[in-house]
Design a protein around this ligand. Structure first.
Ligand code: KIV
Length: 260
């Protein structure tokens, strides 16, 4: 899918299946299985580089992996993550986006944060950079949060995340990732904004799902509750990708047990 098709999918209520990817061979196999878009997440710091969190990942590293995914899936939407502090100011975000799009070949960049990111998003979209927002659990703030925890459980916190989603849409995002929130909040965000909302640990009612590829292939060390190991039953990597796409499209993933 391209961005216009992803937007149309929300309008037509067709669930969108997204996976993270970090290199060409697996991106090619996932692309052949029908994955709609790829995210070159800064999760690469953990699943590829073996670090304890994502904070040390650099723009150059994301661009390097994005270029590989681009080669593996030349026609599919590729979203590249802005690493920690690479989007600290509008000027810095523009320089980072140039590297991710010109060297990496990304179609879009993703950045973590709420209303406080409006100026950065406006600068990027004014310059013609498509932006994906990311609300809910923000892994780049793990030191401040003190761990990877479900967000938006209380009424006030849920309202803040919903307001952030609306603020990001006003600022110009074309897509939104919502991570680790109760199912009801994932559903409320998808209803509240017109842009497609892709959930991870946000219940089945968002407009699409994303999982970290290593997790859904059963390679996660301590997989969180919202992860399903698609390799277990599929038996091969291409079959696991196909099972993931099928489960997302049929809204058979995530189940109630795989949600908060
Ligand atoms: O870095 C990443 O892989 C992500 C997903 C968890 C959404 O941001």
């Amino acid at each position: 899918m391209n961005l216009a098709q992803i937007r149309a999918a929300k309008a037509e209520r067709e669930p969108i299946a997204v996976l993270t990817a970090y290199e060409a061979g697996l991106a090619r196999a996932a692309d052949a299985a029908g994955v709609d878009a790829f995210l070159v997440g800064d999760s690469l710091g953990m699943v590829v580089q073996g670090r304890r969190d994502t904070l040390a990942v650099t723009v150059e590293e994301v661009a390097y992996h994005t270029a590989m995914v681009r080669r593996g899936a030349p026609e599919t939407l590729v979203i590249a993550d802005m690493p920690f502090l690479a989007d600290a100011t509008p000027d810095q975000a523009l320089v980072s986006a140039a590297t991710l799009m010109q060297e990496g070949g990304a179609d879009m960049v993703k950045l973590e944060g709420g209303a406080e990111k409006a100026a950065v998003i406006e600068a990027l979209t004014t310059a013609g950079v498509p932006v994906c927002g990311h609300v809910g659990l923000l892994p780049q703030r793990v030191r401040k949060l003190g761990g990877y925890r479900v967000q938006g459980r209380g009424e006030e916190d849920a309202r803040r995340i919903l307001d952030d989603a609306r603020a990001l849409e006003r600022a110009g995002v074309d897509l939104l990732v919502v991570e680790c929130v109760p199912r009801e909040l994932g559903a409320a965000i998808a209803r509240a904004v017109e842009v497609p909302v892709i959930g991870i640990g946000a219940g089945v009612d968002t407009d699409g799902q994303v999982l970290v590829m290593h997790d859904m292939l059963g390679l996660g060390e301590r997989p969180p509750r919202f992860v399903r190991d698609f390799m277990k039953e599929a038996g091969s990597i291409p079959a696991a990708f196909a099972a993931y796409v099928e489960a997302v499209k049929a809204r058979r993933f995530p189940t109630e047990d795989e949600s908060f």
